[in-house]
Design a protein around this ligand. Sequence first.
Ligand code: BV8
Ligand code: ZN
Length: 255
Amino acid sequence: MTHCAGAAERFPQALIDALGRARKLAVLTGAGISAESGVPTFRDAQTGLWARYDPQDLATPEAFRRDPKLVWEWYAWRRTLVAAARPNPGHFALAQMQVSFPGFALITQNVDGLHARAGSRDVVELHGNIARIVCSAGCGVVEAFDPDAAPPRCPKCAAWLRPDVVWFGEPLPAAALESARRAAADCEIFFSIGTSALVYPAADLPRVAREAGALLVEINPDQTPLSALADFALRGPAGVVLPALLEATERAGKA
Ligand code: BV8
Ligand code: ZN
């Protein structure tokens, strides 16, 4: 069921009723929820200097081995974008939902840390966090390094430092993936918000939830491969739809 939702629009009553009864929600977010904070999505044309690179070519161990300086500078540019960004009403609505619903799991593919900055707790970061810097040879998180080196070297073993994100071809953190799969299997309503549903294994999670009997709600201005599977496809920007949905749920006497 597709629904063009926005602040002025009414939501399907069946969705409001389901939210009124639900105790356990699981939410998966992608780059789209940070679009209204000014953080380019993964499949947006990168702006300026980076317009000629495909993020999927740069977010790989091969690219880092081939040209560590280019990859390090791409992430340094993205870190400045993220540091200048502010959480938007979509992030804040999810932080509010975590308070309103007894069971609420927030799983993100994003590496920008904006959910935590909006007040969400226990965020499951499937693809890591761009603000954390680690040794590429496994010494762990490195707090202090030469700001002018691109990339800097590990103070312990002199290997290149890298952002603590999951590159294509790398496994996701096992604990994060396990907790995301458990939340998806256990929830009554699963939200897929601002993701093109193309990157695995994150893109498996809505199907895990659906097969376990959950209602599937998609919030995205565009169609995705998941839309046909969704019980409710809310067509609109997350920063508008989520606050409106939360308000409609509160008006109906829940949350
Ligand atoms: C792995 C961190 C195995 C880095 C990222 C099947 C099973 C397993 C793996 C695979 C598989 N098939 C293929 C693979 C390989 C690959 C993969 O999935 N490839 C895809 C492209 C086919 N997967 C992997 O490599 C994963 N690793 O499986 O390893 C393994 C196991 C053991 C041992 C060794 C190996 C790793 C995947 C993680 C890659 N890292 N990010 C970084 O950020 O630099 S993924 C990257 O894409 C970002 O995290 C991003 O979040 C993610 C997904 O993109 P989206 O978030 O969906 O963003 P996108 O731009 O695509 O879409 C935005 C959406 O928002 C759009 O739909 C748009 O309409 C919408 N939107 C726009 N504005 C708004 C909005 N929505 C709401 N409101 C708005 N205002
Ligand atoms: Zn090291």
